[in-house]
Design a binder for this molecule. Structure first.
Ligand SMILES: [Zn+2]
Length: 636
């Protein structure tokens, strides 16, 4: 329990507010004249002992918990309200100990170890007799000494314990070596062994140039796997690292373009040839975190991938991520961050360059470096590329295949904001499929395929059931807590949720969406950093460094809750948006209940207006939820 929660558990909001307001029991609640706006006719101020909250249905139209009441009434900030009430309830506010100190020093130790490991492998590469094959290999591939130094390429001995022995002599423990993934644990034999053996080592740095992992290429002709990466560790998460970004970031900014390739050797080759805005994803599809990292430097991306089938599939995956993250994110940053609205929509430009059959960027540049800019210059806009790939093998006599192809491409076209551009691509698709463009226009305007009838649960409920539909007070608090938990885990989700909300004509998530004052305060921090921190670890580091220490307990409490893993990430924005709408609905229905009660008691016509307004809000949230669920069906 956080300090604020502890304090709340020891006092009753009705007692506290009664010291300021004359409250009378009214049904389940207490009512009185609002202390925040001039009024003497109708008691429009309500206190709910059940929810430990207050609300003014009059001019203020706001509410909150005991802390927000005291802050408003006494002019305190949250800290003061907390201290005041802590004293009154005998709750001790513990002094904040920078809890990450131990963790920090542990992480520092691991970073130092990784730096030492890179030096160790590099030195072996340069001097060890056993590394002669590795040296020959790079020489044959025309990798220069300067490049080997710049990328600190290394060699891992063909041994099961050379690395372990070396670092144990240096005073590192087996646990240290396991923690950074230099050793692998064999459960059956209860023993450890060197992870990298007889491999060419590529140290992987994060954006701050710290070595966080290794990529390792086998030097045996049939070695499996060909490339072996460090496992996921406290330092290394391949979904949020781009190989070469530390070296490329300035060039990316200067060139106004980032080129994303598949392999370590592609990056090294490009940099050696002077094309230094090239980076690699780490064997997976491009992740949102990676794109968020990149967009600090440019909004123009070229994804250069091999032409083989795997390459095409990988490209398709990358596309989906890029489209999701960038469009939504930029759009929202615009809106939420108050960037200049008149400047036109800030959009990323993502293009796809395909390599000639059977060649990778490494081959191409080595063979003729001048070909590289030519190929990159021929990169196609994403939509064009998708149309070409999707329609390439479609039999123009097969109606079903043509329809399937249209279904794959049209959602992408529908995402384009500009109507002229949209129509351009529809025509292009029509030509590729040899169908009438009008058919595609109708298709796009109507949505894809048969629209299923609205499910029953989404139809408007008769309003008489609204008043009986009061859930346990905890339900809403839980939704709010889970929401905060997910934003801590996936900071960039917030922008996507806001985008969904805007598309359904609902306000973005704001601090008022949260019931507890401490959650409102926490949310302010989260919203402030959500677009600038890359991932959960960065978010937590920032929070612990920046936020007021009394929030630490709340954050730690939230961290105990489960969060979505990356496998389910795709549905998360939609799920969170639905959650926000649900709790808003729940709160408004509850307020509606309260106003109806008041109306029964005093028959004040002012309540009728409030009632109507709240009913309209209920309607509009129902509509938004419906729209969202239709969208969800369309995208799945
Ligand atoms: Zn008021």
């Amino acid at each position: 329990m956080s300090i604020a929660q502890e304090i709340k558990s020891r006092l009753d909001i009705v007692d506290v507010i009664s010291e300021y307001v004359d409250l009378k029991k009214s049904g389940r609640n207490y009512a009185g004249f609002c202390p925040f706006h001039a009024n003497s006719r109708t008691p429009a101020f309500y206190v709910s002992p059940e929810r430990q909250s207050w609300h003014c249905f009059g001019a203020c139209a706001e509410g909150g918990d005991v802390f927000s009441f005291l802050m408003k009434k006494e002019g305190w900030d949250f800290r003061e309200a907390l201290e005041e009430m802590a004293q009154r309830t005998g709750v001790e506010i513990p002094a904040y100990k920078p809890k990450s100190a131990a963790q920090q020093s542990a992480e520092n130790k691991l970073t130092v170890l990784m730096t030492a490991a890179a030096d160790y492998y590099h030195k072996l590469f340069l001097t060890a007799p056993q590394a002669s094959y590795a040296r020959d290999y790079l020489e044959r591939r025309e990798v220069t000494a300067e490049t080997i130094t710049a990328f600190q390429l290394g060699y891992a001995l063909n041994s099961w314990d050379a690395c372990r022995n070396y670092f144990e002599e240096q005073g590192y423990t087996r646990d240290d070596l396991l923690a950074v993934g230099l050793l692998t644990f064999n459960e059956e034999k209860d023993s450890t062994y060197d992870r990298f053996r007889n491999r060419l080592m590529f140290p992987i740095r994060n954006i701050d140039r710290q070595i966080v992992g290794f990529g390792a290429r086998t030097l045996e002709p049939d070695g499996v796997p060909k490339y072996l990466n460090s496992p996921q560790t406290a330092l290394f998460d391949k979904s949020n690292i781009l190989y070469g970004l530390d070296a490329a970031k300035r060039n990316i900014r200067d060139a106004g373009q980032a080129i994303i390739v598949e392999g370590y050797m592609d990056v090294i080759r490009a940099h050696q040839a002077g094309y230094q805005n090239v980076i690699a994803q780490m064997g997976t599809a491009l992740t949102e975190t990676q794109l968020n990292l990149l967009k600090r430097y440019t909004k123009r991306f070229v994804i250069a991938l091999d032409a083989d089938a795997a390459g095409v599939n990988a490209t398709m995956r990358s596309l989906e991520v890029a489209r999701e993250t960038l469009d939504r994110d930029f759009e929202v940053r615009f809106d939420a961050r108050g960037l200049v609205r008149n400047e036109g929509r800030l959009k990323a430009d993502i293009r796809i360059a395909t390599m000639p059959e059977g060649k990778d960027p490494d081959d191409i540049i080595r063979h003729d470096a001048t070909q590289w800019p030519v190929l990159i210059g021929k990169a196609k806009p994403v939509v064009e590329y998708v149309i070409d790939v999707v329609t390439a093998d479609v039999d123009r006599n097969d109606a079903k295949a043509k329809s399937d192809a249209a279904k794959r491409v049209i959602p992408l076209i529908k995402d384009i904001a500009d109507a002229v551009e949209r129509d351009h691509w529809l025509q292009r698709l029509a030509e590729a499929l040899q169908v009438d463009v009008q058919a595609l226009r109708t298709y796009a305007a109507r949505g894809i395929g048969k629209r299923p009838p609205a499910p029953k649960r989404n139809r408007e409920r008769p309003s008489s059931t609204l008043s009986r539909n009061v859930k346990a007070p905890l339900a809403v608090d839980k939704l709010e807590a889970h929401f905060l938990r997910e934003v801590i885990a996936w900071p960039n989700m917030l922008a996507q949720v806001d985008s969904h909300l805007r598309h359904t004509r609902q306000p973005a998530v704001g601090r008022d969406d949260f019931t507890a004052t401490e959650d409102q305060t926490l949310f302010r921090y989260l919203a402030h950093y959500a677009n600038t921190v890359g991932d959960s670890a960065a978010m937590l580091t920032t929070l612990y460094a920046e936020m007021d220490d009394y929030l630490v307990g709340r954050v730690q409490g939230l961290l105990a809750l489960p969060h979505t893993d990356d496998a389910q990430l795709e549905q998360l924005p939609q799920r969170l948006t639905t959650s926000v709408l649900s709790w808003r609905l729940d709160k408004i229905k509850r307020q509606l209940d309260e106003v109806k009660q008041m109306m029964g008691a005093d028959h004040d016509p002012a309540h009728l207006e409030t009632c109507q307004m709240l009913s309209m809000m209920v309607q509009s949230i129902h509509q938004a939820k419906h729209k969202l669920s239709v969208q969800g069906q369309r995208t799945t």
